[in-house]
Write a protein that binds this ligand. Structure first.
Ligand code: ATP
Length: 373
């Protein structure tokens, strides 16, 4: 339109103060603010019950917001009926028409709108999802992954401003899930439409999306590129939800422009100031297991910086590409260490005395007031 406000949000999806309070008084989504630029792939990631499906359903028009607005491609669609929105949804259960063949399932939206050139558009779409040879089969004659691709094609053919994906891979086995993740990502890049994907699977979110919004109890805890969230989480919730973290209690001794010195049970370590997310003196020092080097007692480790002596190996699990060690530290806490099996690394045995070290730039510091559970 001719709306002069906010060029940045004019052609994307924008949620402002979006809130859903169910009739029973439960608030599932609380004042959500979110900007999704056109053509991006965003994942709403969070545990069961955090409000991600409710958010998606409000964008689809299937749930009425209690407060807030939804703007899409410059228009306020907060109160628009579902079919009046340029939005399509792919559900976990596919919801295909069983009595129509694959071609007619995909053609459905075009026929209803009496569009010309249906044949060519459906052919293109079936090519895109690699089902061109399956056009005359019924849905029941296809595998789960193929049916999911039909559902995708049927939604995409309408050229929605936003495609919503509600745990679309939840019914597939792990191997098929992995290949469909890459497949959907490829299709999104090819069509260049905005995708919003809901999942509780952190690996899936990080594989597929360019932006991940981590939700917890009805709010977005943190949003960013997968690597940004993984390497620089701002809360223990995000740190733990996106992979494994070692969290070690510590006290800030000094703060400088680029580095903060923390005492962890008598050992001093440095944390980059940009990765410090606490104001008080107490905090959790966070370090990912694969960022920790394990070495024999007194061996010179090649990581400069933070070295913690006095560990004892309590468990060794060989997992192929890597070995997972549990190491008990002098203060009684067990830390996890993922060591890549490059063939050049030496293996350690249960009971062996070791020291751990890591480069300061890999660590982060989080607020102590949150639980580390
Ligand atoms: P899941 O992955 O399990 O679907 P989710 O993050 O998508 O979880 P929602 O389905 O959005 O979560 O639900 C958020 C919260 O709102 C849950 O605690 C749920 O029990 C509650 N809820 C959902 N629908 C209703 C309803 N109609 N009435 C009351 N509470 C509801």
């Amino acid at each position: 339109g001719t709306d002069a406000g906010g060029a940045a949000s004019a052609d994307g999806l924008r949620l402002a103060g979006l809130t859903k309070r169910y009739p029973n008084g439960f608030t599932a989504v609380q004042g959500l603010d979110l900007e999704v630029p056109r053509g991006s792939f965003i994942a709403l990631l969070g545990p069961s019950g955090c409000g991600k499906t409710t958010t998606l359903r409000m964008v689809a028009g299937l749930e009425r917001p209690t407060a807030g607005t939804i703007t899409l491609a410059g228009s306020d669609i907060t109160h628009a009926k579902p079919h009046q929105r340029p939005v399509n949804t792919v559900f976990q259960n596919y919801a295909l028409f069983p009595h129509l063949d694959i071609f007619e399932n995909v053609a459905f939206g075009l026929r209803r709108r009496k569009v010309k050139d249906v044949e060519a558009q459906v052919r293109d779409m079936l090519d895109l999802v690699e089902l061109d040879t399956q056009a005359r089969k019924r849905p029941a004659q296809l595998s789960g992954g193929q049916q999911q691709r039909v559902a995708l094609a049927r939604a995409l053919i309408n050229q929605p401003e936003v495609l919503l994906l509600d745990e679309p891979l939840g019914a597939l086995d792990l191997k098929l899930r992995r290949s469909m993740q890459l497949e959907i990502k490829r299709i999104q890049m090819e069509v260049g439409l905005t995708f919003m994907h809901v999942t509780h699977d952190q690996e899936e979110a990080m594989t597929m999306a360019d932006t991940v919004a981590v939700m917890n109890a009805g709010v977005i805890e943190q949003m960013g590129a997968p690597s940004e969230l993984y390497e620089n989480p701002r809360s223990t919730f995000v740190a733990n939800f996106l992979g494994q973290s070692n969290l070690i209690e510590g006290t800030v001794l000094s703060r400088a422009a680029d580095v903060v010195t923390v005492d962890m049970h008598g050992v001093q370590v440095s944390v980059p100031t940009a990765r410090v997310h606490t104001d008080g003196d107490r905090g959790w020092v966070g370090i990912r297991p694969e960022k920790v080097l394990i070495g024999g007692e007194g061996e010179a480790l090649d990581a400069p910086g933070n070295t913690i002596p006095g560990g004892v190996v309590t468990d060794v699990s060989f997992v192929g590409v890597s070995t997972l060690y549990q190491v008990r530290m002098p203060w009684g806490q067990e830390l996890a260490v993922f060591s890549q099996n490059t063939g050049r690394t030496r293996m350690f045995r249960t009971g062996e005395r070791v020291e751990l070290s890591w480069r300061p730039e890999y660590a982060f510091l989080l607020d102590i007031h949150q639980s580390a559970a």
